[in-house]
Write a protein that binds this ligand. Sequence first.
Ligand code: ATP
Ligand code: MG
Length: 399
Amino acid sequence: MPTSLPLLPGSLFNGRPAVLGVLGGGQLGRMFVHAAQTLGYETVVLDPDPASPAGLVSHRQIQADYGDPSALAELQACAQAITTEFENVPAHALATLAHQRPVAPAAEAVAIAQDRVLEKAHFVRSAKSSGVAPAPYAVITSEADLSQVPADLLPGILKTARLGYDGKGQARVSSREELAAAWRAAGSVVCVLEKLLPLAMECSVIVARGRDGQVACLPVQRNLHRNGILAVTEVYEGCLPESLTSRAQEATRQIANDLQYVGVLCVEFFMLQDGSLIVNEMAPRPHNSGHYSVDACDCSQFDLQVRTLAGLPLPAPRQHSAAIMLNLLGDLWFDGAGNARAVPWEQVLALPGAHLHLYGKLEARHGRKMGHLTMTGASAEEVRSCALQAAALLGIEAF
Ligand code: ATP
Ligand code: MG
């Protein structure tokens, strides 16, 4: 039977609580499951890994590949509504599920976010209304395109159109020769060459958009990346210029509206040294830079994901505490010589406002996201002081 919305908390199907399904079993799925369960929903996770972070805490896991037709049929049979936590889930899988069930975000929006060429074209369209454009870029699909690239895109960053994350699938190039070599090294796949811009800072915005077009917006996050991976997110009054935050929020709303988006969407921005704002990329799901909202806001990005999926109201979220999030990469589990070390959790947890989230991953590896620590405080000074103490204890470079 097709699901009718809203799918209210506490509603029963064949005598059981309504089930929300999620494609992907990583940490984002795990936190979605936590938020869904808080409202009394049951959950089902589709992920091939028998020890996936979300599968470990879900009522049920279907252990199969994201595109497996029989697994998708099973998911559709046992979940009343379905979302994704994994950006590279095959868009056709979402389209198939949407025949029978509410699915958010929609396959069309995910397909655009999965492909930098389509994504940038969408940003260019939205920039007509918002005035916030992407970095100058060129699409490279063939050897012939390499010689056509305008000279002012160099030095630049070559990014594969698909499957890039945490700086993977990217190469900095400063000449045509380097560009050609990098494109061939990337397997001669479709790429985007972006002009290398002088960044002053980076930020991101998370919005949730309902089926009725209503939009709820979280505060703008300031992000620090190290080695292409998000390291620190800071969110408190004064951490970003106000003129910038309102423009970034407006541009994000525009991007979501132009996609007729339903669900949680994160858009990343660069602020350049001359104060201008550039849109970088989007993620059709909750985002690492929004994890602070679990501990510092009265409605987190995962609560918003549940609400948009189930068709529930979207009141404006309120940040009640200044917050700094530190990503906990597997590197912290090793000392300088590469030997396993004990992380000083007792000292970290003794700091006021420390909220530790570990994702249940059994093996620490360099660069692997094992968890995050959100520090909350009454003021920017307080939270910065505690976050810097936590960073020092953990061996994370000061920021
Ligand atoms: P994510 O993990 O966020 O999906 P990604 O691998 O898709 O990352 P981007 O967000 O495109 O990659 O780039 C990673 C980082 O590289 C950015 O956060 C920024 O620090 C830097 N960067 C990317 N593009 C540019 C640019 N055009 N000019 C300067 N720096 C850039
Ligand atoms: Mg990025």
